[in-house]
Design a protein around this ligand. Structure first.
Ligand SMILES: NC(=O)c1ccc[n+]([C@@H]2O[C@H](COP(=O)([O-])OP(=O)(O)OC[C@H]3O[C@@H](n4cnc5c(N)ncnc54)[C@H](O)[C@@H]3O)[C@@H](O)[C@H]2O)c1
Length: 306
């Protein structure tokens, strides 16, 4: 299959591109390298350094005529979206529309979209949260991801595209950026391996659903020939709080230090976990990597780089 992966030099996109290339697909990666890295690109793939908002990106899509577009390029930082909602919408909404219009012109029949189960439901009262729960995001990033899903619905209903909007929980694993504000596991792992202080914001009792990147890749592979069109949660259904995460990583790294606490950051949801039974019925997918195994693999990666 001819597949374009946008954001394929980034954390999740590069693992997906790896799997597609290994399975023998013809993979082209579009990425502006704003946070992605050349070293993440799998061998044997074509790479175009373009911004998804640009005419150049549209030109590449029309030239490649991919059967599938996996859209992972995004401004993915919630705090940036709060500080600069226009920038977030420019990349995540208008950039995606540019890709969708070019995909339609190129005859692309299937789009796989990295949505966000951690933000599109806002602050859900039902945990783990099912796809049927109302979507009322409380940050601009969640709004832009939900807008992407609405555009996909339109392209499916009116223009005959198929799509899967993969509503990821908190994805973690090798290659995640340990310098940003997202990716708490990468940040903790790298800092503890370097014996640097770790900061927990608030009381550390806020929970998230942490899903290992290898499981996320398996879901993206399953989507290539799924009949399903719509939004689907990709997570584990398990809640883990930050203090527990810190203690587990501490133990795996072999440290015994304490974390510093700092004031809670506003705008953060208190609890988050996704129900994943729909993914099992429509994609035949369920998570397979335990948190401890995923953490160990992530720590090994950061250890090998230090
Ligand atoms: N990491 C998570 O837990 C998580 C959770 C839910 C959804 N997502 C979504 O998954 C996708 C991948 O996230 P990630 O964690 O791998 O982040 P990442 O920053 O590593 O990957 C994003 C990639 O997109 C590229 N990019 C950004 N803006 C671009 C633009 N305008 N044009 C072209 N390329 C551009 C970056 O260079 C980077 O390689 C994003 O869409 C993100 O919103 C991630």
């Amino acid at each position: 299959m001819r597949i374009i992966v946008t954001g394929g030099a980034g954390f999740i996109g590069s693992h997906i591109a790896d799997a597609y290339a290994e399975a023998g697909h013809d993979v082209t990666i579009l990425d502006d390298l704003s946070s992605g890295k050349l070293e993440n690109l799998p061998a044997g793939t074509r790479f175009e350094r373009v911004d998804v908002r640009s005419e150049e990106a549209a030109r590449v899509i029309k030239e490649v005529r991919p059967e599938v577009i996996s859209h992972h390029a995004a401004q993915m930082n919630v705090r940036v979206s709060v500080d600069d909602p226009r920038l977030d919408a420019d990349i995540n909404v208008l950039g995606f529309l540019n890709v969708l219009e070019a995909a339609h012109a190129a005859g692309t029949k299937r789009v796989l979209f990295a949505s966000s189960g951690g933000t599109v439901y806002g602050e859900p009262e039902q945990l783990p949260c099912p796809e049927s729960y109302p979507t009322h995001p409380v940050c601009p990033y969640g709004v832009s991801k939900l807008a992407g899903e609405h555009y996909l619905y339109y392209y499916a209903a009116v223009r005959g595209m198929r799509y899967v909007a993969l509503r990821y929980a908190n994805v973690y694993g090798p290659r995640q950026d340990p310098h940003g504000e997202a990716g708490v596991i990468a940040i903790f792992a790298q800092r503890l391996l370097r014996d640097e202080p770790v900061t927990i914001f608030g009381d550390g009792k806020q929970t998230r659903d942490y899903v290992f990147v290898r499981d996320v890749v398996r879901a993206n592979v399953a989507c290539l020939d799924a009949e399903f069109t719509g939004g689907v949660n990709i997570g584990t259904g398990q809640e883990t709080d930050v203090v527990e995460l810190f203690e587990r990583i501490n133990a795996l790294v072999g440290r015994s230090g304490a974390a510093q606490h700092a004031a809670a950051r506003d705008g953060e949801v208190r609890r988050s976990a996704l129900r994943v039974s729909l993914a099992e019925s429509v994609l035949g997918w369920k998570p397979s990597v335990s948190l401890d195994d995923g953490l160990a693999a992530t720590i090994d990666f950061f250890r090998s780089r230090s």
